[in-house]
Design a protein around this ligand. Structure first.
Ligand code: ADP
Length: 270
């Protein structure tokens, strides 16, 4: 993997990197703000060598995926483990963005805009036959100009949260994926429905006050979350479509984008 990356120019020069403030904590190490040849970047550090090797494999996948709604990978640096260098998303993750600003600052049109941003990023991944497996608002980041982008794609296969059944993000994972580890674009669509609920509830934890065991059992039996307060009337039915028990009955991301675009134009013609 190292050789392949160096040939294709994804191996970056550590002497051109200046590390700045710590801006987050990842599962495998800290995330820093930084500067790479005049560009503001985020640097994710992975200290453990074994994990670093697995991530390195996956970053070769990431280099092939480029879209305006995916957090862009600039490259990697091999130094004391692995440094993954991506574009800096100054407004942080979508959960914190919505929680700290709330209804008084962020209106429904902006929420639909974020939903469309994520949907377009996922439509692209779908077209590349790529399954994310850990789509959630915490893995969506917001740029300086308030564009939402999907992050952590390509890393989920080595991420223990996704590969170790015991650590699956229960509240975001489709029933068939929980039951028989059957992941597909349609299980990503389920997660996208949960993400829509997070967006329109301004960053609330899904299934409030329910335990993981309760969520697993009740969802399997047909229980679904109610519409978030003040959710635009056309949006909740989209969540319900994403949460069809039968994966085949869930829409794909292209269909979802069309429906969201209709909701957006309804708002602007009001
Ligand atoms: P992990 O997936 O290992 O938990 P994340 O990639 O989610 O780690 O990073 C943890 C936190 O660091 C994020 O929630 C976010 O606040 C911050 N972060 C990660 N990548 C970036 C980035 N490119 N720009 C700005 N902040 C980032």
């Amino acid at each position: 993997a190292e050789l392949e990356l160096s040939k294709t120019g994804w191996l970056l020069d550590i002497t051109k990197l200046t590390l700045g403030e710590n801006i987050g904590e990842g599962e495998f190490g800290a995330v820093y703000e930084g500067d790479y040849m005049g560009q503001r970047v985020a640097v994710k550090t992975i200290k453990c060598d074994v994990t670093a090797q697995a991530f390195l494999q996956e970053t070769t996948v990431m280099t092939k995926l480029q879209h305006k709604n995916l957090v862009r990978l600039l490259g990697v640096i091999l130094h004391k483990g692995l440094h993954i260098v991506t574009e800096l998303m100054t407004k942080g993750n979508l959960v914190n963005f919505l929680r700290t600003r709330g209804r008084t600052v962020v209106n429904s049109a902006q929420l639909i805009r974020f939903s469309l941003d994520v949907c377009e990023g996922m439509e692209y991944l779908e077209s590349k036959k790529f399954i994310h497996r850990d789509l959630a608002a915490r893995n969506v980041l917001v740029s300086d100009d308030s564009v939402a982008k999907v992050s952590d794609f390509g890393l989920t296969k080595v991420d223990s949260k996704a590969s170790d059944k015991a650590k699956l993000p229960i509240k975001w994972t489709a029933p068939e994926a929980l039951r028989k580890e059957k992941f597909s674009t349609k299980s990503d669509v389920w997660s996208y429905g949960i993400l829509l609920w997070e967006i329109f509830s301004y960053g609330r934890q899904p299934y409030p006050k329910m335990s993981l065991k309760e969520v697993k059992d009740k969802v399997e039996a047909g229980y679904r979350m109610e519409a978030p307060e003040d959710c635009p009337p056309g949006v909740y039915p989209l969540m319900r479509l994403c949460w069809e028990q039968e994966p085949r009955r869930r829409p794909g991301f292209s269909k979802l984008r069309e429906k969201l675009e209709r909701e957006m134009s309804k708002l602007s013609s009001e």
